[in-house]
Design a protein around this ligand. Structure first.
Ligand code: TRP
Length: 337
């Protein structure tokens, strides 16, 4: 029998999903979850969120919103293991074990840590580690535990996370070397190349640029945001280039090839920007309408979300608990007999 490919990824609970997240990560993950040759583990990385955000309400709202979004797009918890990181304490337990074999020097080289140190140095701070807590420093170890506890093989992530996956590999290799073959070596699957959507200002749609279009805004808000997308100043009647146009790029992420070709022709014929925006709004609204209703249903029933995620955590533990028992045995703190 063929072993299934284990695909695992986490979403940090600090934001509200936007169109770019959907096209680049959520949609492909949901498609993968329906592939019978893939075994998917998807989780809300809420302990990672604490490193970026100290507003409990924001984290809770984000967790609800992310869970509701994935379910609204038809993620079926029967097909995947869908859970909250914090509901599986075996992960943080493994994190401690892994930190005992992780060289401090490895973590010194992590981009996020190094960038903060560099900022402190540039600011002439007397302490290069100013403002850096252990959470930020050990972020890659927690991520390694997330992955290794489930022997995740393929890890869909954005480019900024490649180094973390490489570190998880290094940590897995070191553990395997010391205690014998235990963990599979994970590989990053870069999702960003697949589809990067431009945001309101034409740069990559990203929470850090504040240029996002949330997936499930009201119709009115969606229309308003689409009207804000930057275009050039060509007048109605003047031929326009669809390539490189943000409106067209977003349309392309949703529409069929035929629909794309039809709109492209309208560009060439000099369609007015206002009309392109209208077409894009109507298209997206139509596409997202039903999911929006589902989303609102889930959001208004957080007890149901709890239930789904708790069942997901129980499913995750079916793998995590016996594996952690085996790991403890290997390192000498398992059963005494
Ligand atoms: N750090 C990842 C991000 O910010 C989220 C994450 C946490 C993750 N644990 C993970 C992704 C494990 C993949 C695997 O995008």
């Amino acid at each position: 029998m063929n072993e299934k490919l284990r695909v695992l990824t986490g979403i940090t609970t600090t934001g509200i999903p936007h169109l770019g997240n959907y096209a680049g990560a959520i949609r492909p993950a949901i498609e993968a979850s329906r592939n019978p040759n893939i075994e998917s583990f998807l989780f809300l990385a809420d302990y990672h969120a604490l490193i970026k955000c100290r507003e409990p309400k924001v984290i809770q709202e984000s967790a609800r919103s992310i869970a509701a979004t994935w379910l609204a797009f038809g993620l079926d918890p029967k097909d995947v293991t869908f859970y909250r990181q914090s509901d599986v304490p075996e992960i943080t337990e493994l994190k401690w074990i892994l930190s005992t074999i992780t060289a401090k020097g490895l973590l010194n080289r992590a981009h996020a840590y190094k960038a903060t140190v560099q900022e402190n140095i540039s600011d002439n701070s007397s302490d290069p580690d100013r403002g850096i807590d252990m959470g930020l420093f050990e972020y890659p170890v927690l991520m390694a535990a997330d992955i290794l506890l489930f022997n995740g093989q393929q890890i869909p992530v954005g480019k900024d996370q490649i180094q973390h996956i490489e570190m998880a590999r290094d940590i897995a290799k070191r553990f395997n070397y010391i205690y014998g073959d235990t963990f599979s070596l994970p590989e990053a699957l870069i999702t960003e190349d697949a589809l990067i959507l431009p945001g309101l200002d034409g740069r990559k749609m990203s929470k850090s640029y504040g240029n996002t279009i949330p997936l499930f805004e009201s119709e009115k808000k969606l229309k308003k945001l689409i009207n804000k997308i930057k275009t050039n100043s060509l007048e109605p009647g003047e031929p326009k280039d669809a390539d490189g146009c943000s409106l067209f790029a977003i349309f392309t992420a949703f529409a069929t090839k035929k629909e794309q070709a039809a709109l492209k022709k309208q560009y060439e014929e000099g369609i007015a920007w206002g009309d392109v925006k209208k077409i894009l709004f109507e298209y997206l609204n139509d596409e997202l309408k039903d999911n929006r209703t589902e989303y609102e249903k889930f959001l208004s029933d957080p007890a149901e979300l709890n239930k789904i995620l708790t069942l997901g955590a129980l499913k995750a533990k079916e793998t995590a608990v016996p594996f952690l028992t085996e790991i403890r045995q290997k390192i000498g703190i398992g059963s005494l007999c």
